[in-house]
Design a protein around this ligand. Sequence first.
Ligand SMILES: C[S@@+](CC[C@H](N)C(=O)[O-])C[C@H]1O[C@@H](n2cnc3c(N)ncnc32)[C@H](O)[C@@H]1O
Length: 223
Amino acid sequence: MKRIPEAEELMDEQGQALAYAEADFSASNALFIELFEALHSGEFDGMALDLGCGPADIPIRLAHRYPHAQIDALDGAQAMLNLARAAINNSGMGQRIHLHCQYLPATRLEQQYDALLSNSLLHHLNNPQDLWETICGCARPGASVLVMDLLRPHSPRQADKLVVEYASDAPEVLRRDFKASLHAAYTLEEVREQLAAASLPGLEVTQVSDRHLAIHGRLGGMP
Ligand SMILES: C[S@@+](CC[C@H](N)C(=O)[O-])C[C@H]1O[C@@H](n2cnc3c(N)ncnc32)[C@H](O)[C@@H]1O
């Protein structure tokens, strides 16, 4: 089906941000951590950057899983970052997770990173190169990349089925957002074209669940 872009890139409306923060994304966030583990056999003790971090559940999970990692987490929506700050304080991970309010493409990051992460941001972007450009601009040679997102279904009917299957108990605002996100998501082929345009041919694009794709691999510079 044809892509329908999200009405707004940022989730900066307080009610929308709160509904998102209170939703249960434990299954997909656990899958994200599993994919990260698969990319890093053994310990990860470097600097990671999470782009479009939202309420910071993934940075917090990562900080628990890798006690020597440092994590910067970036989002353009202050409403989301307020919720992220509260969750990080509750988790006791405030020393290792630092928040940045920036809009992509992010140009004010002073650090180079060993791992570039993003979950469920790509489909928000009307210009997906904003993400790939940011990743290229702040990655150390050999850095790992893991970007996970929704995969656009083949038809509106299939999108409706996924909403029923995964969000039938969710509040109306979340069901509406989920449906809009499925319509705004990119296909495997579109993401491959984005990577070719960004000169990132070394990254792999695979379907990792009935509704998710992942882009993963390492950037050039290391054997
Ligand atoms: C669907 S949420 C995903 C949050 C989190 N990564 C997760 O997995 O739960 C997408 C987030 O990306 C942020 N975002 C969207 N477009 C952005 C942009 N151009 N620059 C920075 N953040 C953006 C939104 O504000 C929102 O918090």
